[in-house]
Design a binder for this molecule. Structure first.
Ligand SMILES: [Zn+2]
Length: 194
């Protein structure tokens, strides 16, 4: 592995670990704290996020009008009426996605969102996806996990007198692997970053 490639891999691993820790924190917080909402407008599209009891919902809507500040419209508060999810293999992972529509009734997972209801009241359907925090944490942990397995395998190979890269037996050629050409450093072990 070249030095640059190793540095990139290590930086990405550290970033993934930090992301995983942050996700785990938000996961725990989703049970402990009241539901949190964030709504922003990006290039005319309203995007919302809602964290609640182990899951995060992300939705968007191409609203023609901006929601008013109070989240009310015509004196009535609008909420997401339903989150119509589609069946699919992702359901077993706890992932839910589909369309949202707006009426005046309450919504299972975004009922407390103050402005989202109003932004969906312009008659435009939106899309949403709900993901378990645990699923996102597993995604973030995947790459560090792969690196850890690789590190342990290389250490095991070196301890057994084999090439760390390809596993070739180096007892006859301790300086260089005849199979893959890896140079073997006699005094200093090869640096393998996590
Ligand atoms: Zn080798």
């Amino acid at each position: 592995m070249t030095r640059l490639r190793r540095i990139i891999f290590n930086v990405f691993t550290v970033f993934s670990l930090a992301l995983c820790v942050a996700i785990l924190g938000l996961w725990v917080r989703s049970y402990a704290a009241p539901a949190g909402n964030v709504v922003v407008r990006l290039r005319g599209i309203w995007c919302g996020a809602h964290s609640e009891s182990g899951r995060i919902a992300l939705g968007y809507c191409r609203a023609r009008e901006a929601p008013d500040a109070s989240g009310d419209r015509d004196g009535q508060r609008w909420h997401w009426e339903s989150a119509t999810g589609r069946d699919g293999p992702w359901r077993t992972l706890g992932i839910d996605c589909g369309a949202v529509h707006v009426t005046q009734s309450s919504v299972p997972f975004l009922a407390s969102l103050p402005s989202m209801g109003a932004l969906f009241s312009v008659g435009t359907d939106g899309r949403f996806i709900r993901l378990p925090w645990a699923f996102l944490a597993a995604l973030a942990a995947a790459w560090p996990g792969v690196r850890l397995v690789s590190l342990l395998r290389r250490r095991h190979r070196r301890a057994a007198g084999r090439c760390a890269s390809c596993g070739y037996d180096l007892r006859a050629t301790p300086d260089r692997c005849p199979e893959c050409g890896t140079l073997i450093k006699a005094s200093a072990p090869e640096i393998v970053g996590l």
